[in-house]
Design a protein around this ligand. Structure first.
Ligand SMILES: [Zn+2]
Length: 215
């Protein structure tokens, strides 16, 4: 039986055929299945971040921690951008110290994220989750060493469908995030777009997963 990999979700895995990485916050206390942990830019507060960083560093040493994140930069919110960058870079340091890949939330700050990767020269993979931009940005990110993760947008957006149709099979992951879709549906759509069988896609994504995430 081939597995489905859902690398970013806010719900528990509903099937033993799905390996899901559930997004957790430092203040969560459920760590019985694979998770990622991070400080999301939406919830950053100057009053609470120091404590959250401390909690995060403890919890990311849990054996079920598969990744740092989601964390990143967001220009659509009012939170001070330099503060966002500072907290993002702290989490990048955790990623390097504990050898965990990073799941990135990025809104209107792609050039800044690319610049930070160039200046930090990390050894760990960075994955831009919920990618819904065009093929040019997809190529730019991949050229700069990023991986992409696609979710619900792939079902509707022709721009995202075009992006995935032109990138190579070893550069991406799939996710449900907080959408009301199953990971099976997203796999099915990608197999249609990439003109591979569902089984071939499953094999490829399993390879991508074991290559990037600690097994
Ligand atoms: Zn999410």
């Amino acid at each position: 039986m081939k597995m489905f990999f859902d690398i970013h979700t806010h719900s528990p895995s509903s099937s033993n055929q799905v390996c899901a990485i559930q997004n957790r916050y430092p203040t969560s206390d459920h760590f019985s299945s694979p998770f990622s942990i991070g400080l999301h830019p939406w919830f950053l507060k100057k009053e609470t971040f120091e404590n959250e960083i401390l909690l995060m560093e403890q919890k990311l040493q849990h054996p079920n921690c598969f990744a740092i994140g989601e964390c990143g930069l967001d220009k659509a919110i009012e939170t001070d951008f330099d503060f966002q960058k500072e907290i993002f870079v702290q989490q990048i340091h955790f990623s390097e110290k504990y050898q965990k890949p990073v799941i990135i939330h990025c809104v209107r700050a792609f050039q800044e994220i690319i610049e930070i990767r160039k200046s930090q020269k990390p050894s760990q993979p960075w994955i831009v989750h919920g990618f819904q931009k065009d093929k040019q940005l997809a190529f730019d990110l991949i050229k700069n060493g990023f991986y992409l993760s696609f979710g619900e947008a792939i079902l509707k957006s022709t721009r995202v469908q075009e992006a995935i149709s032109v990138i190579s099979m070893d550069t991406f992951f799939l996710e449900t995030d907080n959408a009301e879709v199953s990971i099976h549906e997203i796999y099915q759509k990608i197999s249609d777009i990439k003109q591979v069988t569902l089984q071939e896609l499953q094999e490829q994504l399993q390879t991508n997963f074991t290559h990037i995430f600690r097994s």
